[in-house]
Ligand binder design. Structure first.
Ligand code: AMP
Ligand code: GLY
Length: 428
């Protein structure tokens, strides 16, 4: 099959690495890709929201399957665009419809969906300019901390956890009256704070059947010990020690099954990943968010643990026969550690040469590129998150240590990584 993968981060390099191993993969294209994906397939200079450009590329190059990495094209309706165009409707498409992608694209839509299907989530109310005053009273009477969420996509920045009513009132005003997170963020979900440990659960569904992929936990804060500002993700581990069989069974019964049944009963077209971000509160799972795509950097630990042929699984998804698939997962632990540009998640420079990529190769580790680009024979930094190094081990400490050791051999100006990924699960 000729496959087009859309996106250009560490998630896409990992997917490309796995797709390339499939006997069904004839030609692999990545749009726009990065210096890492260029070693596995052909990078195409098209952005993920250039639907016309992508569609003509697909017809011109006889593409059989499309896999969408990031959320933006999905929320903007790339699935509907391809399925309603006679020239591209036949292509196996991995990614949900525009309507179904609202589970990620609108926090209010996701909360209402969860309430309709009795899926455990934090108590909430929804506000906009029309009931702004009511929102102020709601905040004044709310227990602390208070969680404010901008409704639309906000590149991971639209959630604010406020430790005082004064802070919450100020943020609420900025969001609704001053469009702090843009037009879509002028609708605000205010919800109860849930105190617990987070888990990322990945469900692959054809809209009716589903399979559970390995779970993961990511580390969003920039600093050691989960301190400092949020980032796109500084590392991830899989499996996650507290998510044992009994816990995952509970997640299936209380969350995954009602979610898939809800998609089916509401006739939401969904052939792709439902990434459920949940919080474990005293042994009970609550959904904090849905995403309609793979996570980054979670993909860098879950995909390498899957032993099945990825194209076979995705084809079964597109053909509504996921009931025929059994996921085989390596019992090894995978840890990814992300190396970022100095200054990230704030202003940072790019275009720095990366040294030691080839010399640092180690058995049991894979170097995935996040923000990189090739210029002549050099690899340059091209974003905040630059590399994600995944290593396998018998436990989290061993795998994390190997990723750290490898990253010590790689250099670019300003390089920084957290050497404590998985810290709360490392035994002495
Ligand atoms: P989201 O964009 O919904 O994933 O939220 C970003 C982050 O905010 C999550 O990964 C959590 O760490 C935190 N968060 C979101 N909702 C809640 C909540 N109700 N209680 C506690 N933390 C939350
Ligand atoms: N790692 C979280 C995300 O991809 O949204």
């Amino acid at each position: 099959m000729n496959i087009l993968l859309i996106g250009g981060g560490g998630r896409e390099h990992t997917l490309a690495w796995k797709l390339k191993q499939s006997t069904h993969c004839k030609q692999l294209y990545i749009a726009p890709g990065n210096a890492g994906t260029a070693r596995l397939g052909i990078n195409i200079a098209l952005t993920s929201t250039d639907f016309n450009g992508l569609a003509s590329f697909c017809t011109g190059n006889k593409i059989d399957m499309i896999i969408v990495g990031p959320e933006e094209p999905l929320v903007k309706g790339i699935y509907d665009f391809f399925k309603t165009n006679p020239a591209t409707a036949h292509i196996h498409f991995i990614g949900p419809s525009k309507e179904a992608s609202q589970l990620e694209g609108s926090k209010a839509y996701a909360k209402a969906f969860m309430n309709r299907h009795n899926i455990p989530t934090a108590a909430y109310r929804e506000f906009d300019a029309a009931n702004f005053e009511e929102g102020i009273n709601y905040i004044k009477n709310h227990s602390l901390p208070i969680v404010l969420k901008a409704d639309g996509l906000a590149a991971g920045k639209g959630v604010i956890i406020c430790s005082s009513q004064i802070e919450a009132l100020a943020e609420f005003d900025l969001m609704i009256q001053h469009a702090k997170f843009g037009e879509a963020g002028k609708r605000v979900v205010i919800e109860q704070f849930l105190d617990g440990i987070e888990l990322s659960v990945f469900v692959l569904t054809d809209g009716k059947n589903y399979v559970l992929l390995p779970e993961a936990k990511d580390y969003k804060r920039i600093g050691k010990g989960n301190t400092g500002p949020n980032t796109g993700g500084m590392g991830a581990v899989s499996p996650v020690p507290f998510a044992d069989d009994a816990y995952l069974q509970k997640v299936k019964e209380l969350i995954v099954e009602p979610t898939i049944a809800g998609l089916l009963s509401e006739k939401l077209e969904y052939q792709g990943i439902v990434f459920i971000g949940l919080i474990n509160v005293k042994g009970e799972p609550f959904v904090i968010e849905y995403n309609c795509r793979f996570g980054d950097p979670e993909t860098e630990v879950i995909i390498p643990r899957i032993e099945n042929d990825l194209v076979e699984i995705l084809l079964a998804t597109a053909q509504n026969r996921l009931n025929e698939i059994e996921i085989k997962t390596s019992s090894k632990t995978a840890v990814t550690v992300v190396a970022v540009s100095g200054g990230y998640p704030n202003d940072h420079e790019t275009g720095k040469e990366i040294y030691g990529l080839d010399d640092s190769a180690m058995e049991g580790s894979i170097i995935f590129h996040s923000g990189t680009r090739q210029e002549n024979n050099k690899v340059l930094t091209n974003g905040g998150r630059v590399l994600a190094v995944t290593s396998f081990g018998d436990n989290i400490a061993e795998a994390a240590e190997q990723s750290n050791n490898l990253l010590e051999q790689v250099f670019f100006e300003g390089v920084y990584f957290r050497d404590d990924i998985g810290f709360e699960f490392r035994q002495a």
